[in-house]
Write a protein that binds this ligand. Structure first.
Ligand SMILES: Nc1ncnc2c1ncn2[C@@H]1O[C@H](COP(=O)(O)OP(=O)(O)OP(=O)(O)O)[C@@H](O)[C@H]1O
Ligand SMILES: [Mg+2]
Length: 275
């Protein structure tokens, strides 16, 4: 375990075991997430990234081990007490980001209506402020079906942060986004982190953005985690860790390489068709 103490660690898992049927996902997982930091959770598909966030959010109960949120072990809490802890956590999940039948405004207002006694006027102010923060000042009256993938993600982020959580959990916020929107969400994360001190726990397959924004990378494998700063992880002694980065960076680079070759074919004076 790292030397991080409870005040430094916002979220701390020790000896966590989670399995579904006879399939063990975590076998004694130890990992700490620093207060006010950005942590990116990586690993192969099915290694348990979403399960880790769901465990931290109290949606999956571990069979063994402790999950401390700001020092409090949530595995010991009853469902009603968990609710109180969840209020401090904003969650942005892979699917079902917004409720289809509600406008963006009502979606973002929902946590305030559920968790606070703010007046409608105060709610309006908060919602407006958050929509501006995520770059959607004019989207309040729109419905989810009227938004693009990137706009949906940003609206869901506005909802996740509207109650001023200390911790925000985001499952695959970059999936399916074009490079401009990846950068936009990435910037939102770093802004939220720097300006509001929010601890961000993000799962991702997007390696370049992970390397740019992460304070620490949590690489899940074999039911446990290898943890370190991005540079260290990229050149890690464990070949499976460094190999993951190399393979993913290659995969990410390919479309750009194709694009460059195509541009060259078009503008390079050969007049040849890009294949
Ligand atoms: N509620 C559940 N019931 C049964 N099995 C589950 C459940 N949730 C997850 N699993 C299984 O646990 C494993 C880990 O799933 P998880 O969704 O956490 O992976 P992941 O790392 O997020 O994958 P991806 O990169 O594809 O999102 C998978 O084999 C999945 O099928
Ligand atoms: Mg997942």
């Amino acid at each position: 375990m790292s030397a991080m103490n409870e005040t430094e660690a916002r979220v701390q898992l020790e000896g966590v075991h989670v399995s579904f049927g006879d399939r063990a996902i975590f076998r004694g997982l130890d990992v700490s997430f620093p207060r006010g930091g950005i942590s990116v959770i990586l690993g192969g598909s099915g290694c348990g990234k979403s399960t880790l966030l769901r465990t931290i959010g109290g949606l999956v109960r571990p069979e063994r081990g402790s999950v401390r949120i700001a020092g409090e072990d949530t595995t010991k809490l009853a469902e009603r007490e968990l609710f109180r802890v969840r209020e401090r956590i904003g969650m942005l999940f892979q699917k079902g980001a917004l409720l289809d039948a509600m406008s963006v405004y009502d979606n973002v207002a929902l946590p305030l209506r559920e968790h606070t006694r703010l007046s409608e006027r105060d709610i309006a102010e908060e919602v407006e402020r958050r929509l501006v923060a995520v770059g959607l000042p004019d989207a309040a009256r729109l419905f989810p079906r009227e938004l693009s993938g990137g706009m949906l993600r940003r609206a869901a982020l506005a909802r996740a942060i509207v109650t001023d959580p200390e911790i925000v959990l985001c499952d695959e916020p970059f999936s399916g986004l074009d490079p401009i929107n990846v950068r936009r969400i990435e910037k939102l994360f770093t802004d939220l982190n720097r300006q509001l001190g929010i601890s961000l726990l993000v799962t991702s397959h997007h390696i370049p953005s992970s390397l740019r924004m992460a304070d620490q990378i949590v690489f899940l494998q074999d039911g446990g985690a290898v943890v370190g700063p991005p540079k260290e992880m990229r050149y890690h002694d464990d070949a499976r860790v460094s190999g993951f980065f190399a393979a993913e960076l290659d995969a990410d680079a390919e479309p750009e390489a194709d694009f460059a070759a195509e541009a060259l074919a078009r503008h390079g004076g050969q007049g040849g068709e890009a294949s």
